[in-house]
Write a protein that binds this ligand. Structure first.
Ligand SMILES: Cc1cc2nc3c(=O)[nH]c(=O)nc-3n(C[C@H](O)[C@H](O)[C@H](O)COP(=O)(O)O)c2cc1C
Length: 213
């Protein structure tokens, strides 16, 4: 564990660089139940999609988890905004110990590998706002997210990044997205410590409220 802590500490050191959805009509004193359409839209114009990667299993500081930290945050966003979700799941397995995973991830990054992912999105045109969520792996996105970015053009969309991490914060995620999609509009990103993910609901909702959801 000390070795892991050392690796994480060095990774971190190097890389540190209302809306209520149910509309009420007070004049008529009746509650208008949201339709299917209003459930997936919200106070902001346009439909939102949450794209994220998350790794369940043995992870740094949180032990063996069945739901990954980033998925916990992605689910809070979904619950609040009623946005759709697309989880980027690599075809290859990352089911291994944390100490093995950090080596595999580093090697993928060094080699610029682009691991394939399962499934896809048919109707990206449908979405104006795309939340992009990721754990920080060696300072940025896991390589499989770059496979996703190669496949889908998010230029012209509003991108709202969020990360979970253990010290690197947003890492280079925002800069990477700016380079990848120079014609996207990037809005205020959120970084949540992985160990705080499960208790971050209020913080996530406050951020969403500030963003106009
Ligand atoms: C392969 C790997 C590399 C990581 N690299 C970093 C890093 O560079 N900086 C950091 O703060 N945290 C790093 N972490 C910690 C994760 O970002 C953090 O535990 C995150 O919450 C995991 O999210 P998840 O459960 O959704 O996968 C790394 C974790 C793994 C597994």
């Amino acid at each position: 564990m000390n070795i892991l802590k050392t690796i994480m500490a060095s990774a971190t050191g190097v890389l540190m660089a209302a809306s209520c959805n149910a509309a009420t009509n007070k004049e008529k004193a009746t509650v208008i139940e949201p339709t299917q359409e209003t459930q997936v839209t919200n106070a902001r114009e346009g439909k939102a999609l949450i794209v994220f990667f998350s790794h369940a299993g043995e992870n740094y500081a949180v032990g063996n988890i069945t739901v990954g930290n980033t998925k916990v945050v992605a689910d809070y966003i979904k619950d609040y905004t009623h946005a759709d979700q697309f989880e980027v799941v690599a075809e290859k397995s990352y089911d291994m110990s944390y100490s093995d995973l950090i080596k595999v991830a580093k090697e993928e990054q060094n080699k610029g590998e682009k691991p394939a992912f399962k499934g896809g999105i048919d109707n990206l045109d449908h979405y104006d706002v795309v939340f992009v969520g990721t754990p920080i792996w060696w300072g940025t996105f896991p390589q499989v997210m770059f496979t996703f970015f190669d496949k889908y053009d998010l230029n012209g969309k509003t991108i709202i990044p969020f990360t979970t991490h253990e010290g690197s914060g947003l890492g280079s995620v925002v800069n990477d997205l700016k380079k990848l999609y120079p014609n996207a509009k990037l809005e205020k990103a959120l970084a949540v410590k992985g160990t705080d993910a499960r208790s971050s609901k209020e913080r996530v909702e406050k951020w969403l409220l500030e963003l106009g959801f």
